[in-house]
Design a protein around this ligand. Structure first.
Ligand code: N01
Length: 546
């Protein structure tokens, strides 16, 4: 890194932390508004999630044509996605393309881990420093740090003593990793592992999967995109985008399905016979993808409905996996389906029929410790050449709490959030003026198409800044009353669903000692957008300008 590149007491209109999709979108829009902006990015390139998560089989489980920026009609027409679910290298290429096409890179400093962000009340600016030695100030600070960006290394005894090759799924090397002739072990069976396992099994000599909690997984039904389908979609891109933005749930879905049609998706499970529900599940199973959870209208709010959908997946697992004990071990029973992020796979359950693949249920055979040569289970040592940790993230708050962020009166964000994150609309935090979070806790974020949510937040922030500029305001903040009311609303909405019934990362349950609070907003992207719009219309209700 050239010394000349270091910012020393630099001044900008805005500082953005992170050059993933949220940071890129923010920078592009701020440029259009004439704001001088600096992004500090920890990685050596743009892409965020798609820069770090390079494990074998990594791809998006949202459909490519929907999981893309809508702000440039030319970009969306010209960019060509190859598959229904884009593989990680293609999404990374897209992020790089966006950064070049809109000439964003000149305002991004790579290899910069932001260490501190302190608000100077007298001057009304945020001072940001990085581990590389930069220091810069700006009145406006945008945290575009991502929801799943702080990897979690499990506290398993001896985890650092393994003498073979050890990889973390979310910090995968940039160089190719080969498994030919190797005995590979993987800990974890969340979305990352479910994607990686079939691919690793295709070349490893032996693969051992250490599973603590089985997850529900549905087939992706991935494949090359049909040019005719793409043309038709692109002809109608505006309508699709609008449909996703106003969607009642996650911001995906088919334009063709009219909300009022009496399909099972618009009915409750109680209205359907077992045969009708099974037929609907089968149809969604064959169609593929996470939209499976939309098979009936009440799958995520009614215990019985959920159980009937879960049993359909259990039957699929038992019909696919030949060894009865392995099949039983793969059947999730400890949480309602969908309350931990449902996985989307390409041949996951089938992989366990291969003779060189073994599932270890660590509830029956607990991991005692990791040794130099492998994993010591109770009563058995599993020798490994390579150990992969696909153990997830300190989600939603991890990356923010990692930075020493201090607002008015030196209050530290981490301390403020000791009992769980508190925000107004997932966008602002009382006591932290001019600081916005993109897809922060309390917003639809991880329960939604991230691109839809990112663009909505960036639009909202830009409108707010335009309002400030028109009125001559320099500062915006939110108050504790609105923050408290929003936190209560987020909780109320979550508790009307089955989500809190799972010990999920949505609940912070995967991190020892993390408060158990349902972090995202489960009210759906469309209703959330309407709420934000009504806030702006109602003279920016809950925001205080000065
Ligand atoms: O992480 P996870 P992930 N001993 O937290 C296990 C998104 N994503 O990286 O359930 C043994 O889901 C843990 O077990 P348990 C998506 O939103 C998207 O896979 O806690 N096991 C679990 O099995 C997803 O939800 C895409 O009992 C331990 C696993 O590790 C999110 O990222 C692809 C353990 C962690 O699963 C996170 O997914 C990938 C221990 N000490 C990810 N500690 C797509 O778009 C943890 N585990 C496709």
């Amino acid at each position: 890194m050239s010394e000349d590149n270091i910012d020393r007491n630099a001044r900008f209109d805005a500082i953005v932390v992170g050059a993933g999709f949220a940071g890129l979108c923010t920078l592009h829009r701020f440029r259009q508004m004439g704001l001088s902006t600096r992004i500090y990015e920890m990685g050596t390139d743009v892409g965020g999630t798609w820069y770090w998560n390079r494990y074998p089989g990594a791809r998006c489980d949202a459909e490519s044509l929907a999981y893309s920026f809508s702000f440039s009609p030319e970009l969306e027409q010209e960019w060509e996605w190859s598959e229904r679910y884009a593989p990680q290298p293609e999404i990374l290429k897209y992020a790089i393309h966006v950064s070049e096409r809109f000439d964003l890179r000149r305002d991004i400093r790579f290899n910069r881990k932001v260490k501190t962000a302190h608000f100077n009340q007298g001057m009304g600016v945020w001072r940001v420093t990085t581990a590389a030695g930069d220091s810069a100030v700006a009145p406006l600070l945008i945290m575009a740090t991502g929801c799943l960006s702080k990897p979690m290394v499990p506290a398993i005894q001896g985890v650092d003593s393994f003498a073979g090759k050890r990889y973390q799924a979310s910090l995968w090397p940039h160089e190719p990793v080969a498994f030919h002739g190797e005995r590979v072990g993987i800990i974890g069976t969340g979305s990352s592992a479910v994607q990686a396992i079939p691919v690793i099994a295709s070349t490893a000599e032996h693969l051992t999967v250490f599973q603590r909690t089985p997850n529900f997984s549905v087939p992706a039904v991935n494949g090359p995109l049909d040019p005719g389908f793409v043309d038709a979609f692109k002809e109608n891109y505006r309508d699709h985008r609008d449909f996703h933005k106003r969607g009642l749930t996650s911001g995906f879905g088919d334009l063709e399905i009219k909300p009022r049609e009496r399909t099972p998706a618009a009915m409750t499970a109680a209205e359907l016979s077992d045969e009708a529900l099974a037929a609907a599940c089968e149809q969604y199973w064959q169609t593929g993808g996470a939209r499976f959870m939309g098979v009936v209208g009440d799958a995520l709010i009614n215990k019985d409905a959920n159980q009937r959908v879960a049993e359909f997946i259990h039957r699929k697992i038992r019909a696919t996996v030949k060894d009865p004990q392995t099949a039983e071990d793969l059947c999730p029973t400890s949480h309602p389906v969908g309350t931990k992020r449902i996985c989307v796979d390409i041949g996951y359950y089938e992989t366990f029929n291969q003779l060189h693949v073994r599932l270890v249920n660590i509830n029956r055979s607990p991991i005692e410790r990791i040794t130099a040569k492998g994993v010591q289970l109770r009563g058995e040592h599993v020798e490994l050449d390579t150990l992969i940790l696909a153990t997830g993230f300190d989600a939603m708050t991890g990356a923010l709490n990692d930075i020493d962020i201090r607002g008015t009166n030196g209050q530290q964000l981490k301390e403020k959030w000791a009992e769980g994150p508190r925000t107004y609309l997932g966008l602002m935090i009382a006591g932290f003026p001019n600081l916005f979070t993109i897809t922060g806790p309390g917003s639809p974020s991880v329960l939604s198409n991230m691109l839809v949510s990112i663009e909505q937040h960036v639009d909202f922030i830009c409108s707010c800044l335009q309002h400030m500029s028109r009125k001559g305001f320099k500062q915006v903040q939110t108050g504790l009353d609105h923050e408290d009311a929003w936190v209560a609303h987020v909780n109320e909405v979550a508790h009307a669903t089955l989500f809190p019934k799972a010990g999920s990362w949505y609940m912070g349950a995967n991190i020892p000692g993390k408060p158990r609070v349902f972090m995202p907003y489960a009210g759906g992207v469309g209703p959330y957008r309407e709420l934000c719009d009504s806030v702006a219309k109602d003279n920016w209700r809950g925001f205080v300008f000065s």
